[in-house]
Design a protein around this ligand. Structure first.
Ligand code: ADP
Length: 422
């Protein structure tokens, strides 16, 4: 047993410690089986800005070590049951505690023979009782300072790691941004390129059909002259040939007219306005009057909304779809129904008929220019109608599609976006 000689508790003039921002207060573990010794140690270290943990046995010390991070252990050598050396050996056997400095507290003379044993167990220092408080304080402050320094290094390492991590993220984000920007530029260029080639195509269709008109007109005119002047001179075969020439010229004329029309479908041709689709439908139906009467067709409709569109083109669109509905029939009385439904921010118009229908295999094909599923001897036409319809719808920002089954009629649907999404 030893007498602790606290000496006068003067303000320490030994090493002072200062805490930095973000630093934790170092914890010193005091291990002694005697409460008065623990109290005395605490009193000596009291104003050193430390956390102090008391343990009255080796076992209690080990328990603290599991729960807390300890900067330094002051370990009494002589304790009942598990003495200081045994405790030190157990502490050292734990990976996490291997490097915690241990100062053995032991009595002079009596236990000097243990000193070498203590060092072999990894003690970093000894303090012999009785000891002047300044000695204890300065020994403790050396190790606490060491702890603080290594904490600081660890913290800085963590900060550097964090900064490097942030830097990696920042670079990665920059790289992504550059990629996205490049992609956006490419898209823009593609869109421009597409617009340009569309314009070229329109221009080409316009010029070609315009230039074709002139020789065609000549063929037509001379064929007519021949018909008038030389008809009687021709034998039946010659008259048949002449008829075929006139027929061909007629068909060619209608093709060129449609091609010209197709090349002119553009939003720029005349401005959009709010139009009543019911009155547009009325005009379309009245243009088809002769055909409707001759086939006994019935055209009905639900209430139709007003839309933001080009009135002439909408009329052409409805007219084409209704005309097809009347034309592609086997029954005596074609029935066509026009309706509209709101879906999100667009109107979906439907033109339904009770005609021959279309095999789904051909759904795409029928919208391609000059594509027809039947010879013109069965159903007249040149295969341009739906191509023009599709272009009109797309120029209004919508889509045109068909739903059908052979023999069960067809429903053509097209969407028209609402102005400003409303
Ligand atoms: P056209 O009417 O001059 O043949 P379209 O482009 O209008 O040209 O139509 C292309 C083809 O699509 C038609 O030849 C026809 O085979 C098919 N089709 C179009 N509308 C209908 C319909 N309502 N019912 C059945 N088939 C249709």
């Amino acid at each position: 047993m030893f007498e602790l000689q606290p000496g006068p508790l003067v303000k320490p003039n030994g090493p002072q410690t200062y805490m930095e921002a973000g630093e934790r207060r170092p914890t010193v573990l005091l291990v002694d089986d005697r409460a008065e010794n623990l109290l005395a140690l605490e009193a000596v270290l009291g104003d050193m800005d430390l956390n102090m943990l008391r343990a009255a046995s080796g076992e209690a010390a080990l328990k603290h070590l599991l729960e807390r991070e300890i900067a330094l252990i002051l370990l009494d050598v002589r304790m009942p049951r598990m003495d200081g050396f045994e405790t030190a050996a157990l502490i050292r056997s734990r990976d996490k505690c291997r490097h915690i400095p241990i100062i053995f507290v032991t009595a002079v003379n009596t236990e000097m023979e243990h000193v070498s044993r203590g060092y072999s167990l990894g003690a970093v220092d000894y303090i012999l009782k009785p000891f002047p408080p300044e000695i204890l304080r300065s020994k403790v402050s050396v190790f606490v300072e060491l702890f603080r320094k290594s904490e600081q290094v660890r913290r800085q390492a963590r900060e550097i790691q964090e900064m490097q991590f942030q830097e990696i993220i920042r670079r990665e984000q920059e790289k992504r941004l550059v990629e996205v920007q490049r992609y956006a530029r490419e898209l823009e260029m593609n869109a421009k390129e597409l617009a340009r080639s569309n314009e070229e195509l329109e221009q080409f269709a316009y010029v070609a059909s315009h230039d074709l008109q002139e020789p065609l007109r000549k063929v037509g005119n001379y064929a007519q002259l021949l018909e008038r002047a030389g008809r009687r001179k021709l034998d039946p075969k010659g008259r048949k040939y002449l008829e075929k020439i006139l027929e061909g010229a007629d068909r060619m004329h209608s093709l060129i007219r449609d091609l010209l029309n197709y090349s002119r479908v553009s939003t720029g041709e005349s401005p959009f306005e709010t139009i009543e689709m019911e009155s547009v439908l009325e005009s379309a139906v009245s243009n088809l009057d002769a055909m409707i009467k001759s086939t006994g067709a019935v055209v009905t409709h639900d209430p139709l909304p007003s839309v933001w569109a080009n009135s002439m083109r909408m009329q052409e669109l409805l007219q084409n779809l209704i005309q097809n509905g009347v034309k592609f029939q086997e029954k005596a009385a074609p029935q066509i129904h026009v309706s509209a439904d709101r879906r999100d921010s667009e109107w979906i118009f439907s033109v339904r008929d009770n005609g021959i229908g279309i095999d789904p295999r051909y759904f795409d094909r029928i919208f391609v220019i000059f594509q027809r599923l039947h010879p013109s001897s069965d159903y007249p036409g040149n295969g341009m109608g739906l191509t023009i319809c599709k272009r009109i719808v797309e120029r209004h920002g919508g889509k045109l599609w068909v739903e059908s089954e052979p023999g069960r009629g067809a429903t053509f649907r097209f969407s028209v976006p609402m102005k400003g999404g409303m």
